[in-house]
Design a protein around this ligand. Structure first.
Ligand code: PSU
Ligand code: MN
Length: 305
């Protein structure tokens, strides 16, 4: 294990990085705040195994007892998945958790920061945070968007989570110069559903083309990450019109209860899970796996660039 006084790089990750082999970063807010125990731990283990099957090394990123972990052992992952009141860490509080010896899951933003530090270029998640519905009054816009604009990591997602305002999220990403690339489709995927009403800003059809695009951005000195939007497999999708009703109900309840800030996304995901009798979770797990597979292929293509 390579360590300094802040970071622990798990041995298989350190070895792969030293040898220039493909590595895929994984976030952990999806474990601590996105899915219930024990499905969260099973999902995280399955996703890691899938990345290994594709010939890459998984690096789940989290803060445990004040250490920034780049790659977790099975025991560490299981402990995090059951942690009582873990923090949800973004750019604003990643260093706070480390300085104060706390534990928490890293969001897309914090995971990008850690991945960049470690030299990991590709990261798989479910859906990114973005502009929330009603943001014109709540001002609720995820720090994930700013991070994509500044930190050079390829983030593989199934699009912005459908609880968000997709159109406004795309507008902010365009303003901040973040390329949004739909994988193998012309329309923007909508997390639990394959399609949204919005055309994808860019489209690419192979992992090699995505690697080439990012290498070209680097050659031009263009900073920042890019967002890959990979549609959930057809067998596993939930139709957008079915989801729309559940999302609206969860949204209304969040407002009535005065849920705000960091709690909004976890509240909505948990409530939608109940409203769909667990179907949203099945789809969420399927799309994370689908993203992990693509991320491993992109990392492999990048290693060959
Ligand atoms: N994708 C999922 N489930 C999640 C998340 C993503 O399938 O729980 C998490 C990510 O960590 C993302 C965060 O960064 O939700 C966004 O939170 P917020 O809207 O508070 O920025
Ligand atoms: Mn928010």
């Amino acid at each position: 294990m390579r360590s300094n006084n802040i970071i622990d790089v798990h041995a298989p990750v350190a070895e792969a990085l030293a040898k220039g082999r493909p590595v895929v970063a994984l976030e952990s807010t999806i474990i601590t705040h996105g899915m219930p125990w024990p499905r969260n731990n099973e999902m995280a283990g399955d996703v890691e195994a899938l990345i290994r099957e594709e010939g890459a090394v998984p690096a789940t990123i989290a803060v445990i007892d004040g250490r920034l972990k780049i790659g977790l052992s099975d025991q560490e992952r299981e402990k995090l998945a059951q942690a009582k009141d873990p923090m949800k860490l973004s750019r604003a509080d990643l260093a706070f958790a480390i300085a104060e010896g706390k534990s928490g899951g890293t969001t897309v933003a914090a995971t990008m920061i850690a991945a960049r530090m470690a030299g990991i270029a590709v990261f798989a998640t479910g859906g990114i945070g973005g502009v929330h519905k009603g943001a014109e009054t709540s001002f609720d816009i995820s720090a994930d968007l700013d991070e994509l604009a500044r930190t050079p990591v390829i983030v593989v997602s199934a699009g912005p989570k459908a609880i968000l305002d997709t159109e406004k999220t795309l507008e902010v990403l365009e303003t901040r110069g973040v390329p949004v690339i739909a994988y193998g489709t012309d329309t923007m995927p909508a997390f639990w559903s394959r399609n949204s009403p919005y055309p994808a800003p860019l489209r690419l059809d192979t992992a090699a083309a995505i690697a080439r695009f990012q290498a070209t951005r680097t050659a031009l000195g263009i900073d920042g990450g890019m967002l890959i939007a990979n549609p959930v497999p057809a067998e596993e999708e939930i139709a957008a019109d079915v989801m729309a009703g559940h999302i609206a109900t969860a949204q209304r309840e969040a407002e009535e209860k005065g849920v705000s800030g960091k709690d909004v996304t976890p509240f909505l995901l948990a409530r939608i899970l109940e409203l769909t009798d667990g179907a949203s979770l099945v789809t969420n797990i399927a799309l994370v796996k689908n993203n992990a597979r693509l991320a491993a292929r992109i990392a492999t293509a990048l290693a060959a660039e």
